[in-house]
Design a protein around this ligand. Structure first.
Ligand code: COA
Length: 202
């Protein structure tokens, strides 16, 4: 599939490093490792589209996402363990709006990597990138209100729960609500005294 490269700068590879992780631009060659990493029903419990039904679907998804990346509307990352070199998850900035300087953030880890504080490390680096290099002013996040782990992650980062849109998604024969969260650049740079962005269990 050929897509116009609207601005070569949008396709510049990004590498973010933390103590234990490398967070870099996703490549098509990562798809099979991500597919294997997310092969657990709990990973897609509240975000079904994260789990692709097969690799063919993953490739189609990847090329659709590339259109947004090349247009500057998304930055798609894969999260890798520095120790093992294994893919442990993904994160994304999408719906990037350069005019209003906002974007939506998403993240997921393979089931065996939950509970080790990896998401805090990885998402901190992605938020730093969003408010630093990309000069965004606001990050949005939307989650299923039953997704307690993700709610905790967002609150720990200083996101404010700004409301809930009722019956926003139709999944498995039911409508589900959507919790809307927002984080402003100055809230990230100047967290309240005593705020702790590390998980109690990590
Ligand atoms: C969201 C996700 C990345 C969190 O990863 P994680 O490694 O479990 O994160 P943490 O270990 O930091 O746990 C988050 C917190 O939720 C708590 N938690 C986990 N499961 C919980 C549950 N069922 N009920 C209440 N709290 C829960 C943890 O104890 C932890 O609390 P703490 O901050 O006080 O330490 C992971 O659950 C995931 O990949 N889920 C699937 C994808 C997804 O839902 N993505 C978010 C939507 S974009």
């Amino acid at each position: 599939m050929t897509v116009p490269n609207n601005h070569p700068e949008h396709d510049r590879p990004i590498q973010l490093k933390t103590q234990r992780l490398l967070i870099r631009t996703m490549l098509e060659t990562d798809l099979s490792a991500i597919f294997a990493c997310y092969d657990h029903p709990e990973v897609g419990k509240y975000t079904p589209p994260i789990r692709w039904p097969n690799l063919e679907h993953a490739v189609t998804w990847y090329h659709r996402r590339r259109v947004d990346v090349l247009a500057g509307r998304a930055k798609q990352f894969v999260i890798i363990s520095k120790d093992t070199g294994a893919v442990i998850g993904t994160s994304v900035l999408f719906n990037i709006d350069a005019t209003h300087r906002n974007a939506e953030i998403g993240y997921a880890l393979g089931r065996q990597f939950w509970g080790h504080g990896y998401v805090s490390e990885a998402v901190s680096a992605v938020i730093d990138h969003a408010f630093g290099e990309l000069e965004l002013h606001r990050l949005n996040a939307s989650i299923d209100p039953r997704n307690f782990a993700s709610n905790k992650v967002l609150v720990r980062f200083g996101f404010t729960h700004e409301g809930t849109t009722r019956q926003s998604y139709f999944d498995a024969g039911k409508f589900t609500d959507c919790g809307i969260y927002g984080l402003l650049a100055h809230e990230w740079r100047n967290p309240p005294v005593g705020a702790d962005r590390t998980p109690s269990s990590g």
